[in-house]
Design a protein around this ligand. Structure first.
Ligand SMILES: *[C@@H]1O[C@H](CO)[C@@H](O)[C@H](O)[C@H]1NC(C)=O
Ligand SMILES: *[C@@H]1O[C@H](CO)[C@@H](O)[C@H](O)[C@H]1NC(C)=O
Length: 307
């Protein structure tokens, strides 16, 4: 039903639809043009063989399929092909176009081609000669020169195509090399991984052990960065604590020094009081002694007066 509807869209076309393993390809013919859609590598041969009078086809459009390869043999019946559209497929490695002696244009855009094999000039000339000989039975020198020129031109066109594709191929090669380098780097990293892992585990052990020593709670699956932060915080706290202790000690020391100074001063003062007292005692004693001497003198005088 679906294919029927598509066919009505292309009223002018002859539409051949075949199902192989559930896959459907469509061959659309319009005069000397032929377009094949939804064809795969496994159905390509069948699709190409289904085209009667292949030698009348001038333009073959195989673009937009997922074709991986096409053989010289499959293209052989299309010997008068002038345009071959292979764009937007997944053609890979090489495509052999040697059997297509009339080919003027090949569209190979959007593929992964590494090589295009085209008919060589000599081979084309030989084929032309054969062709000519077949029709006339008597090849002329002018015809031969004409053939040679025509085929030389064709060869130039082919060379241009090949040159265009060699740029694409270079690009592909560069991409492939990048891919290989990336793969190598990945392998290197994978090889390094055990070393990195063991250093990580060592570091983890050290961190966890330090945390335990600092009495920081360690969860079952610790976030190492979080743990490191806790450890740093704990060290900062300890430093502050120590700083406080030290400044407290300094204050205590200063206080003690002041008390000591005070005591020394008091001592000095007491010493002075003591020596002052002693002086007073001495002076009092001296007075006392003088009084005693006067008393004695007076007593002696009184006694002498009585006598
Ligand atoms: C080939 O087919 C693509 C897609 O259909 C189209 O864009 C492109 O013009 C064709 N190339 C030539 C040379 O006709
Ligand atoms: C007072 O003076 C006398 C005589 O100089 C001395 O013998 C005595 O020890 C003194 N007494 C005191 C308390 O200093």
């Amino acid at each position: 039903m679906v294919s029927l509807r598509i066919c009505t869209l292309f009223l002018a076309l002859v539409c051949v639809t075949t199902a192989v393993h559930g896959e459907v390809y469509q061959v659309k013919l319009q005069g000397t043009k032929c377009k094949i859609e939804k064809v795969t590598d496994s159905t390509l041969s069948q699709a190409l063989q289904s085209i009667r009078n292949a030698e009348n086809i001038r333009e073959l459009d195989l673009s937009g399929n997922l074709l991986y390869q096409i053989s010289a043999g499959e293209l052989y019946p299309f010997r008068n092909l002038e345009l071959l559209n292979l764009s937007s497929n997944v053609f890979y490695e090489s495509v052999d176009l040697q059997s297509l002696s009339q080919l003027q244009t090949v569209d190979l855009n959007n593929n992964f081609m590494k090589e295009v094999i085209v008919p060589s000039t000599d081979r084309l000339i030989a084929m032309k000669r054969k062709e000519h000989g077949l029709f006339s039975g008597q090849p002329s020198e002018t015809d031969r020169a004409e053939c040679e020129k025509e085929n030389g031109d064709r060869q130039k066109a082919m060379d241009a195509i090949q040159k265009q594709y060699s740029t694409k191929i270079d690009e592909e090669t560069r991409k492939n090399q990048e891919k290989i380098q990336l793969a190598k780097r990945k392998t290197d990293l994978e090889n390094d991984l055990p070393g990195i892992e063991s250093s990580y585990n060592e570091l983890k052990d050290v961190i966890v052990q330090t945390a335990v020593e600092l009495q920081i709670h360690v969860p079952d699956t610790p976030d190492l960065l979080e743990l490191m932060r806790s450890i740093t915080q704990r060290y900062e706290d300890l430093y502050d604590e120590e700083q406080n202790k030290q400044s407290n000690a300094m204050r205590d020391y200063e206080l003690h020094r002041q008390i000591e100074e005070q005591m020394l001063e008091d001592n000095e003062r007491l010493k002075k009081v003591k020596s002052d007292n002693e002086l007073q005692v001495q002076s009092a004693n001296a007075t006392l002694q003088a009084l005693i001497i006067r008393e004695q003198t007076l007593a002696k005088a009184a006694k002498e007066a009585q006598n």
